[in-house]
Design a protein around this ligand. Structure first.
Ligand SMILES: N[C@@H](CCC(=O)N[C@@H](CS)C(=O)NCC(=O)O)C(=O)O
Length: 234
């Protein structure tokens, strides 16, 4: 019987199936990277809802697994050498699950590095910039009279969409014919930009036809649709 009691997070979110991967998350653009990947790979896992309304992500139990206090985080009871491993940072989680399963990352070294490169592009650019644009367009920042902060993130978002659009010219997915963790890292962000963040008109999304077609292809995947709702909100 797998024992995860050495992970304090399991005191607040008990593992009913400790032999399965434990996911601590919420369906936000960073959270859904992990749930989509888990759904795509078919690995057995147990999702736990981390509720921002009660600041669960800052609780001592959560911070014991992720000192950065942000979702997603996970425990794989069957980590390297058969020992349990805890992980945070969605990019690291995607890479770990890709390596564990050999899925959604090319086997050849050059292709593998290209996948990592686009995941880094998402982690360092797409996530932070689109997230800030969301803040200034939809949330507290929208009331700021000075529009220069919003416009800085707007122009950077448009620039990034341009980079993505160029890469997707003549390609179904970021790496070409094969869907990969690069796509998984970005789908939730672009969906949020034009959905929840209500920035479709603002960024002129229809100017980025390759990105729009890619998003549609991604959202048509059943595992993506399932992952977008996991863990279910109360
Ligand atoms: N670089 C981190 C970012 C994680 C992140 O920003 N998560 C957000 C949700 S999308 C969060 O937990 N926010 C709650 C908070 O900051 O308190 C990753 O990719 O995992």
């Amino acid at each position: 019987m797998t024992d995860l009691t050495s992970f304090p997070i399991t005191q607040r979110w008990p593992a009913r199936h400790p032999e399965r991967i434990q996911l601590y998350s919420l369906p936000t653009p960073n959270g859904v990277k992990a749930s989509i990947m888990l759904e795509e790979t078919g690995l057995p896992y147990e999702p736990h809802l981390v509720d921002f309304a009660t600041d669960d992500q800052k609780s001592p139990e959560f911070v014991s697994l992720n000192p950065n206090g942000k979702i997603p985080a996970m425990i794989d009871p069957d980590g390297p050498g058969g020992e349990p491993i805890g992980l945070f940072e969605s990019g690291a989680i995607l890479l770990y699950l890709a390596d564990k399963t050999g899925k959604f990352i090319p086997a050849d070294p050059a292709g593998r590095w290209h996948a990592i490169q686009w995941v880094m592009f998402q982690m360092g650019g797409v996530g932070p910039m689109l997230g800030q644009l969301g803040f200034f367009n939809k949330f507290a920042g929208k009331d700021w009279e000075d529009k220069r902060p919003r416009d800085r993130y707007l122009s950077e978002t448009k620039r990034l969409l341009g980079v993505m659009d160029k890469q997707l010219e003549g390609r179904d997915w970021f790496l070409g014919a094969d869907y990969s963790i690069a796509d998984i890292s970005m789908l939730g962000w672009v969906r949020n930009l034009i959905g929840f963040y209500e920035a479709r008109e603002l960024v002129g999304f229809d100017d980025y036809g390759n990105v729009a077609a890619w998003l549609e292809r991604g959202l048509a995947r059943p595992a993506v649709q399932r992952g977008l709702g996991i863990p279910a909100r109360p």
